[in-house]
Design a protein. Structure first.
Length: 511
């Protein structure tokens, strides 16, 4: 199967991609207040985080909305690591394996916009947001908190979660920007949903000041942000630019402070072209490299012929020359992915430990033809592939709405459960390949209940070994990110994921 370099780059680039609240790693410097940060961004399909899995929406809301927990950020955090700290939660306890109690910060206020007009955030807001996340129709991320039985507000500043079953990833899910952005009931009631830009009202570090469709977004500092003194940056100008030549020229001229690709990077195919020029024009740029957790893949209707035959799926995988893709699309620098991408080093099985299924990641067209013949398809078979631009892909193909196959990106999640449960558990909205495998379903539930880290890792390794033998999806390689940022941006550290706002909250501009 041949996939053009242009198609691979287009899909890989369109695919995806919190803050340390003290200026870690820059204590000798005094943070500066003020200035405007300029970034390249994407036009959101709309602004309702509960109605789309699009990174374009979740990135936009990372500037304006808070969560109960967040991931730490800053130069001390190694890319690919996601330590958790409180956001709206000041502290939390776990009285038993199915109960979590969070104490909220006092005095947190909604942004001063109607209909909330700066009122205080309370535990009732958390309860509403979580229940809305779990019950609103069409939320493909609802599975992230599928284990929640009920959420209550014992008092104004306390939130209690009771789970249906042990779920060891619970805190990770609450911290994840894919999950529950805390929203106000009044805003939902006023607008009916959260799709309009006027509904973007949170408790986050910046406020959405203006939105120009297909042009840009402007964020201004929230003067009532609950962490005193933050954010340092007064204004964030986010420009929508879908033309690569245009954004490359803009970056060369100094317009953007972060790399123009997700998540603040420059695609390597562009980097090799501009790095020497940038060394002359923008000598203060900083860079760091780390693997991307985003991987394109081929999904197949495994619930019907011919893909219900494992030999056909094996042939599909062995027909792909992954090393050639890395050479042609990623300038020779990339990572081959098992079901959990290689970027998540703690959880991804190295290929040499993948067991019997490892051979299906090797390019072997002769064996692929033999397998097809053995399955009764010596002359091939007719098939279609759902392959379209990102917005249409997310609305259709991504949710399994295709006749035969689809090709496109999987979200760059930050822990393994998101890569596995949503894609492989029966009847989940993101189970694109329509898989119903009792063996993997059992292991998926068991890893969610296994507190011991070593034992959980072994279950996740076993899941990947099983999936490698089944090839329900054909995983493609991932590039190695080149994170790039302006040297005048201090106390900033790049990382995977959508949390642009979180990574910038405690950063400042020294210019």
């Amino acid at each position: 199967m041949n996939l053009s370099r242009r198609h691979l780059l287009k899909l890989g680039g369109a695919a995806l991609a919190g803050a340390s609240m003290a200026p870690v790693g820059a204590r000798a410097q005094t943070p500066k207040r003020g200035g405007t940060l300029a970034i390249r961004t994407w036009d959101p399909p709309h602004f309702d985080p509960f109605q789309t899995i699009s990174y374009k929406t979740h990135i936009a809301l990372s500037f304006t909305h808070s969560r109960l927990l967040r991931h730490k950020a800053g130069p001390s955090v190694v890319p690919g690591a996601f330590p958790i700290e409180g956001d709206l939660a000041e502290s939390w306890t776990q009285p038993n394996e199915m109960t979590y109690v969070f104490k909220l910060r006092k005095g947190v206020r909604w942004q001063a916009k109607p209909p909330v007009n700066g009122r205080e955030l309370t535990a009732d807001d958390i309860v509403f947001s979580v229940n809305h996340f779990l019950t609103v129709k069409g939320n493909a991320n609802a599975y992230m908190l599928k284990s929640v039985d009920k959420v209550e507000a014992p008092d104004k500043y306390t939130v209690k979660f009771t789970l249906k079953e042990p779920f060891v990833w619970f805190l990770d899910m609450l911290a994840n920007p894919h999950a529950v952005a805390i929203v106000a009931k009044e805003v939902v009631e006023k607008h009916g949903d959260l799709k309009k830009w006027e509904s973007v009202i949170g408790t986050g570090p910046w406020m959405l000041d203006s939105y120009r469709p297909n042009v840009g977004l402007t964020y201004v500092r929230n003067p009532n942000y609950f962490i005193q003194g933050l954010p340092y940056i007064d204004r964030v100008e986010a420009t929508v630019d879908e033309d690569n030549a245009s954004r490359m020229a803009a970056f060369l001229s100094g317009k953007y402070d972060l790399g123009w690709a997700f998540p603040g990077t420059i695609d390597r195919v562009d980097w090799v072209q501009v790095k020497d020029t940038l060394a002359q024009r923008r000598p203060n740029l900083k860079t760091v490299e780390f693997p991307s957790p985003v991987m394109n893949h081929i999904s197949m209707r495994t619930d019907q012929k011919p893909f219900s035959d494992v030999r056909v799926r094996h042939a599909m995988s062995m027909a792909i020359d992954r090393k050639a893709i890395i050479e042609s699309a990623y300038e020779g620098v990339g990572a081959i992915n098992p079901p959990v991408p290689a970027a998540l080093k703690e959880w991804s099985v190295p290929l040499d430990k993948l067991g019997e299924g490892a051979k299906y990641y090797k390019h072997d067209p002769a064996e692929a033809k033999r397998l097809l013949a053995a399955a009764g398809y010596a002359n091939g078979f007719p098939a279609s592939m759902c392959f379209t631009e990102y917005g249409a892909y997310i609305a259709t193909c991504f949710y399994g709405k295709f006749d035969s196959m689809t090709f496109g990106p999987q979200t760059g999640f930050l822990e393994p459960d998101n890569f596995l449960f949503g894609q492989y558990y029966p009847e989940e909205l993101k189970n694109q390949s329509h898989i119903n495998d009792p063996v993997v379903a059992d292991m998926l539930v068991r890893q969610r209940r296994t507190l011991d880290l070593t034992k959980r890792r072994e279950i996740i390794y076993d899941i990947q070994r099983h999936l490698a033998k089944q090839q329900y999806y054909v995983q493609m390689p991932s590039p190695i990110y080149v994170g790039v940022w302006e040297g005048a941006l201090k106390n900033y550290g790049p990382n995977m994921g959508y949390d642009y706002g979180g990574r910038l909250t405690a950063a400042w501009l020294d210019r």
